[in-house]
Design a protein. Structure first.
Length: 403
């Protein structure tokens, strides 16, 4: 999805279209309704980054804001220095999750083999998926082509035809997402997940990119290695220091040299991905290990002086986590907390309860017991709650008592 959180907000506040907008503020940055005393006309007053003080970070930014160097994970104080007049909006994860469900449901009606990669990104397997309304029969499976022609069989689809068909499916997917949500998305059709991930960024926003194997050298190789998912900042910096500035240069690097510099396994992987090799399947079903909620405070909070505020935030986290579990159909037995103090030390505690739950009060009770095991003598900058040891709710209900 294109600048997903920001795009959802623009549906709510269409007057902000075309303006630099960042998402990442707190409740105090909610727009205010202003009534003109003469005309009675009601308009909205929006907060800006000017004068921002705090530790918040940008969750996402509109493409107009990105022209100023504003991007996700950038501190809001730094963003304020770059673009003080950019609009600042608070995050609304409930709205983003609702639109996430809508776009995925629209996609599933056309291409049901989906690997869910988060709130705004999915992989699809388009093998044998026909565009909506197409009356063409599906081609024979590859293994059937040598067995002669049976009644109603068709000639196996050519590679060229397959790419055209996939392009038409992608267009239908974009139309379906826009109709269901009012939002745009960018789709890349490629031979594998690695290349699709890279190519999906090439023509944003509202892009449709077709990347055939023969296109790797012209479209992928000129890009920096950092564009490959799995090459992090440290590996990217080392490649730059070694004179490897593009994916193409990485593809032409000697595998033995890469193994010497990065280790045998990672060096071999670097060579493979630079050539666009990826044999990972689209995984349509996977069980989450845990579900969590956490928040970073705009100012450090004291367990003693800010007890009431911390208690309210703690309860909100547990209730939101319970709703997440109910929506996704899971219960869990391991309840945990996460604290980050003003010295950036992070502490976690957890405990396993007798019966799996998705009840907010039970989660808060168990998480509260975990809190008692942590000395709260420093100010707190982050608080999180986690539920692990998950199982599907129906499965848990079917278990006999005592199991």
């Amino acid at each position: 999805m294109d600048a997903f959180y920001a795009s959802v907000e623009l549906l709510r506040y269409p007057e902000l279209r075309g303006r630099p907008v960042v998402i990442g503020g707190g409740r105090r940055h909610q727009p205010e309704a202003v009534t003109d005393p003469v005309s009675g006309e009601v308009t909205r007053k929006f907060a800006t980054l000017r004068g921002y003080a705090g530790r918040g970070v940008i969750t996402t930014a509109t493409y107009e804001a990105r022209k100023f160097g504003l991007h996700s994970a950038l501190g809001l104080m730094k963003a304020a220095a770059l673009a003080p007049d950019a609009i600042l909006l608070p995050v609304d994860f409930d709205a983003y999750r609702r639109y996430s469900r809508l776009f995925k449901q629209a996609v599933a009606r056309i291409a049901p083999r989906i690997e869910d990669r988060g709130i705004d990104e999915i992989y699809l397997d388009l093998t044998d998926v026909q565009p909506p309304g197409a009356d063409l029969p599906l081609p024979l499976a590859a293994g059937d082509a040598t067995e002669g022609w049976g009644e109603g069989a068709t000639e196996p689809e050519s590679e060229i035809d397959a790419w055209w068909r996939a392009r038409d499916v992608a267009r239908a997917l974009k139309d379906a997402v826009r109709e269901a949500t009012g939002l745009t998305c960018s789709i890349a059709v490629a031979p594998n997940k690695l290349l699709a991930k890279i190519a999906s960024e090439l023509d944003k926003p509202d892009g449709l990119t077709i990347l055939r194997p023969d296109d790797v050298a012209t479209r992928i190789w000129p890009l920096p290695p950092r564009r490959i998912n799995g090459i992090g900042p440290k590996a990217s910096a080392k490649l730059t220091a070694l004179g490897v500035h593009t994916i193409g240069a990485l593809a032409h690097a000697d595998v033995a040299w890469l193994a010497e510099e990065f280790g045998r396994n990672y060096g071999a992987w670097l060579s493979r991905v630079a050539h666009g090799v990826d044999d990972r399947e689209v995984v349509t079903e996977s069980e989450p290990v845990s579900i969590s909620r956490e928040t970073t405070f705009e100012r450090d909070l004291s367990a003693r002086r800010d007890r009431a505020e911390l208690s309210e935030i703690f309860t909100d986290l547990c209730e939101s986590l319970a709703r997440d579990l109910a929506r996704k159909g899971y219960v869990g037995r391991t309840i945990g907390i996460k604290l980050r103090f003003d010295n950036f030390k992070t502490v976690t505690r957890d405990q396993t309860i007798a019966a799996a739950t998705q009840d907010a009060q039970a989660i808060r009770r168990a998480a509260g017991e975990c809190l008692k095991r942590v000395p709260l003598d420093r100010r707190i900058r982050l608080l999180g709650v986690r539920v692990g040891s998950l199982s599907p709710q129906r499965q848990a209900e079917d278990q006999p008592a005592g199991v």
